[in-house]
Design a protein around this ligand. Structure first.
Ligand code: SAM
Length: 251
């Protein structure tokens, strides 16, 4: 443990993870970086303003979101080159994970500028680690595209992956996603990680059909991470059997 904390390094972009629901999850380092930086680049300045107010931090805010990323990245780079310390935060969780951030990080790295991660909450990690599914190998998909054909194609392409699949999904499309999983992965164990770190956090486990039956009984609200168990040994054996018997599957 460090006793004397060094000051922040001038000209550094700090990627600061923020809570995904429970404010207690902010880290001591995140608070220090937010207190000591020159400016906070935020996905939603109003929302981050509330977070900073809660922790009694007052800082200039700069909006940085999907549709002004290119322009704002340049501005952030200029600031870093002038020696400013810039903290980047998103609405919740870790910047760059299904959130803005990647672009400015890439630009900063290309320009030889310093980037530091201030790790903390991330819905993917919270869901995966408590799911009971294998964590040694996993594939993070993030949000699937909106178009049905593209969604289906992406899921089909992952059928043979042996590790756990992890998706983010909006509450409005969770039922649709379960329907798709029921077609592509009917026998796989699924875990719905709902409202992580919040009052109504729960883990719902079952096959896609079992979870569809549950959703039909009680409408599920809130935020979700959806985890799909990887290809089972059984499925693999069946695939081998059908390919060696010359059966051609068009499914
Ligand atoms: N950057 C964030 C992270 O590190 O997890 C993710 C941002 S992404 C725009 C938002 C999605 O993350 C939600 O639609 C949901 O799938 C997932 N998510 C965020 N907070 C969550 C929570 N408390 N419980 C379950 N899922 C959550």
């Amino acid at each position: 443990m460090e006793r004397m904390l060094p000051p922040l390094t001038p000209g550094t972009l700090y990627l600061v993870a923020t809570p995904i629901g429970n404010l207690e999850d902010i880290t001591l380092r995140a608070l220090r970086v937010l207190r000591e930086c020159d400016v906070v680049a935020a996905e939603d300045t109003r929302r981050t303003g509330q977070l900073l107010k809660h922790f009694e931090i007052s800082k200039p805010l700069l909006s940085y979101f999907q549709f002004n990323e290119a322009k704002r990245s340049e501005e952030i780079l200029e600031r870093l080159k002038r020696g400013e310390k810039v903290a980047l935060v998103t609405d919740a969780g870790t910047p760059g994970i299904s959130d803005p951030g990647e672009r400015v990080v890439r630009a900063a790295v290309a320009a030889g500028l310093r980037v530091e991660s201030v790790p903390g909450p991330c819905a993917l990690v919270a869901a995966l680690t408590a799911s009971g599914l294998p964590t040694d190998e996993f594939h993070f998909i993030g949000f699937l595209p909106h178009k049905s054909g593209q969604r289906r194609k992406q899921l089909e392409a992952l059928k043979r992956f042996a590790g756990t699949l992890a998706l983010y999904e909006s509450p409005y499309r969770v039922e649709k996603l379960l329907g798709e999983l029921n077609e592509v992965f009917p026998n796989r164990p699924i875990v719905l990680a709902r409202e992580l770190t919040k009052k109504f956090e729960e883990f719902l486990r079952g096959t896609p059909a079992e979870l569809l039956a549950l959703v039909a009984k009680r409408s599920l609200k809130g935020e979700f991470v959806v985890l799909v168990s990887g290809m089972t040994a059984d499925e693999e054996a069946k695939e081998c059997e059908s390919s060696s018997s010359g059966v051609v599957s068009n499914g």
